[in-house]
Design a binder for this molecule. Structure first.
Ligand code: FE2
Ligand code: FE2
Length: 148
């Protein structure tokens, strides 16, 4: 698969995850009667999809990115954001009130929007045109990066 095709799949996968996270976060607002269930569904999506995606990135595209001098600082900040997403998930799942769950769910979705767009624009877009990097082989097992 060409770098262009892999990069396109990564961007599409980011868009899909961002959409899904917003749908689930919006459910916390609209399903006030069952807000705890809606809160737990946001938490479960972060645990089962977003965070495994983040871990897969750390082992693949971030590892390769950090070998590029100009990307080192950015990769550090992206790792930091993975930690913030994890922390937001923990706080969300412990949120004792609807209002708090609502704010934290929305915050997680918005944070992921910005984070994923940074990957699209400043990591993927930089690696995509490089002919010394084969994105398909960098990603290896692409399950968590592309196919969920
Ligand atoms: Fe990430
Ligand atoms: Fe990502």
């Amino acid at each position: 698969m060409s770098n262009q095709a892999v990069a396109q799949k990564m961007r599409e996968h980011h868009a899909l995850m961002a959409r899904q996270l917003h749908i689930l976060a919006d459910n916390v607002l609209t399903q006030k009667e069952q807000w705890e269930t809606a809160r737990n569904e946001v938490g479960a999506y972060l645990t089962d999809d977003i965070l495994p995606h983040a871990a897969a990135e750390e082992a693949t595209i971030y590892r390769v990115g950090s070998e590029t001098e100009s990307l080192k600082g950015l990769i550090e900040s992206m790792l930091f954001e993975h930690g913030i997403i994890r922390e937001t998930r923990d706080r969300l799942l412990a949120a004792p009130k609807w209002e708090e769950a609502l704010v934290l769910g929305t915050e997680a979705a918005r944070l992921f929007d910005v984070h994923a767009e940074k990957e699209n624009r400043f990591i993927i877009a930089v690696l995509e045109p490089r002919n010394d990097i084969d994105l398909a082989s960098v990603l290896g097992d692409m399950h968590h990066l592309l196919s969920r």
